[in-house]
Design a protein. Structure first.
Length: 131
């Protein structure tokens, strides 16, 4: 995970998401906690752009999922909303068209986290096989 995270971009967001899956499944350690903290800080830097595409909305949603909404920049909801396209979606690449299904799902999750994160019940993204 550390090697992938060091590459930045999608490798970083995917490593961060994978680390959260590990936490959800009880695979924790002090080293993983440190790595998650470092990755969360790096993921938040992806939100410095004035517009949002797939990478940025994914970063936002992952921060919310991991309980790190505190690292989402103040006012990011406005960036998110201004980046939403007329077709209702978000683009693969910030500032471009058309809307992309993958980016749109992440955009919706980001919006949900930003608008209602404090009210959401903690959820698991992987079903518990024990029920």
């Amino acid at each position: 995970l550390s090697t992938a995270a060091g590459k930045g971009g999608y490798e970083l967001t995917h490593a961060f998401g994978a680390s959260q899956l590990m936490v959800e499944n009880g695979c924790t350690s002090p080293e993983l906690e440190q790595l998650q903290e470092s990755m969360a800080a790096s993921v938040s830097k992806l939100l410095d752009a004035p517009t949002a595409g797939d990478l940025e909305v994914q970063a936002c949603a992952l921060l919310g999922w991991s309980g790190r909404e505190d690292l989402v920049p103040t006012g990011y909801l406005e960036v998110l909303e201004s980046s939403q396209l007329d077709d209702g979606g978000w683009p693969q690449v910030a500032g471009e068209e058309p809307g992309d299904p993958h980016a749109t799902v992440w955009g919706l999750r980001c919006q949900l986290e930003l608008e209602h994160g404090a009210d959401l019940e903690p959820n698991r993204w992987v079903a518990d096989p024990q029920g």
